[in-house]
Write a protein that binds this ligand. Structure first.
Ligand code: FCB
Length: 454
């Protein structure tokens, strides 16, 4: 039992944890799986900080039963995971690999037997390599292949899975995959990147329709966006303009077409010839009503005017005097600010926090426990802000910790640990961290202990 003051969440609030296929599954070429852009990217020298890959990862493909038993032990009410497109369709189109679908079907059935609601993400960054060889997301055809893939998965699992997320963080897929090139496929081409944004959004709309048409029950479908409040570094006018542009590309470029069937005008003007070509009807498809908006929140963006920065002339900085994790500034009030803004500007009927969490350099103490107090504090502080937002009227329905397990953190390899559960990569042994036990208590009491903010 928690002691002291508690912040109670509404009845029916959903408590979960999240993972993604490439980050945990391993088994990169088993049972007919085709290669993805991540399988190829990890082989390029110098791209992954520790030279590693997701070939084995947390070996979840073989340890899924144990992992679900851990979820049940923690009392998770929901589990958000992603489906590997190339496991289901090895070349991304036409031919289905039934063994791939079998794996996810077993997973789903076991989750349901424990009363853990599956939240399926269809795309968490592992594009079939064969589709990248035909241009990847900058190629408009990819959007239509994605819809076919969505239909194939829903035909198998749509009779028992209610909650679906089309894309995870299309901003990161397009901008970091095709413009800065830090993530797969590692391309550096702004024209390709902005085309990718449009095709990802189009593919979302097409997939929403395909899922609803192909499933045997009424689904709840949404999308998970990485959204940050954007703050100017100073009150200077140039910094404020920089912040508006940064917000335009990071946030409004996705929210406006999804909710208002239009792209932000200031960004269209700013991009000029780099702005993607749009066909008639695209925006109607993109803005098909969704059942919920997924928000991945980790940090805010503080931005300064910088003439030398291509196109947007805005650069993100790390403000002095702030608190930091190994990856980002820690800024809990940004979650409240963001949720209120979403509610005021876009009025989504339901919101889920589909990711929130922090990397901590965890290790085992002599007694075999993992004392990740920093994570408990991070989660508590963010949940307090979520609680405040609910009190202010935001329709926030649930919360997913990133992540259930320590896993392969993309270009940072295994140098970051985000899990509620520690993974010893030598033995693949799982150890529930203190934060995991703490979260189990949160779920049981549907409440978080109030903490003092200094
Ligand atoms: C998000 C990704 C997720 C994980 C966390 C730390 O951007 O969706 O896969 O890498 O960051």
């Amino acid at each position: 039992m928690f002691s002291g003051d508690l912040l109670h969440f509404p009845q029916g609030f959903i408590w979960g944890a999240a993972t993604s296929a490439y980050q945990i599954e391993g088994a990169w070429d088993e049972d007919g799986k085709g290669p993805s852009i991540w399988d190829a990217f990890c082989r390029l020298p110098g791209r992954i900080r520790d030279g590693s890959s997701g070939e084995i990862a947390a070996d979840h493909y073989h340890r899924w039963e144990e992992d679900i038993a851990i979820m049940a032990e923690l009392g998770l009410q929901a589990y958000r995971f992603s489906i590997s497109w190339p496991r289901v369709m090895p070349t991304g189109k036409q031919k289905i690999n039934p063994a791939g679908l079998d794996f996810y079907e077993r997973l789903v059935d076991r989750l349901l037997s424990h009363n853990i609601e599956p939240y399926i993400t269809l795309y968490h960054w592992d594009l079939p390599l064969a589709l990248q060889e035909q241009g990847g997301w900058p190629n408009r055809d990819t959007a239509f292949y994605f819809a076919d893939y969505a239909a194939a998965v829903a035909a198998r699992l749509g009779d028992r899975v209610t909650c679906w997320i089309t894309h995870n963080e299309p901003f990161v897929v397009a901008v970091v995959g095709y413009i800065t090139g830090e993530l797969a496929p590692g391309i550096q081409d702004p024209v390709a990147g902005f085309r990718a944004i449009h095709h990802l959004l189009l593919s979302h709309g097409l997939a929403v329709e395909a899922l609803r048409a192909s499933a045997a029950r009424q689904l709840k479908v949404g999308i998970a966006l990485n959204l940050n409040p954007v703050h100017p570094a100073t009150e200077r006018e140039t910094d404020q303009l920089a912040a508006t542009r940064f917000d335009g590309v990071l946030n409004r470029m996705f929210l406006d077409p999804l909710f208002f069937a239009r792209y932000p005008e200031d960004i269209e003007e700013l991009l000029g010839p780099v702005f993607p070509r749009i066909q008639e009807g695209d925006l109607t498809r993109i803005s098909v009503p969704i059942d919920f908006l997924g928000v991945n929140y980790y940090t805010r963006s503080v931005v300064r005017y910088d003439e030398s920065f291509p196109i947007i002339q805005a650069r993100q900085i790390q403000p002095e005097g702030s608190e930091y994790s190994q990856m980002w500034e820690i800024y809990p009030p940004g979650l409240y600010e963001l949720l209120l803004r979403l509610w005021a500007d876009y009025k989504p009927t339901n919101i889920f926090i589909t990711e929130n969490g922090v990397p901590v350099p965890d290790g085992l103490d002599a007694d075999g426990r993992v004392r990740d107090e920093r994570r408990i504090r991070y989660l508590s502080r963010h949940l307090a802000q979520a609680h405040r937002a609910i009190a202010a009227g935001v329709p926030l329905r649930g919360y997913f910790v990133w992540s259930l397990l320590d896993n392969f953190e993309w270009a940072l390899g295994y140098t970051m640990r985000f899990g509620l559960v520690y993974v010893d990569y030598q033995t693949q042994k799982r150890i529930i961290k203190e934060s995991g036990w703490w979260y189990a208590q949160v779920i049981q009491e549907n409440a978080v202990p109030a903490i003092e903010e200094e």
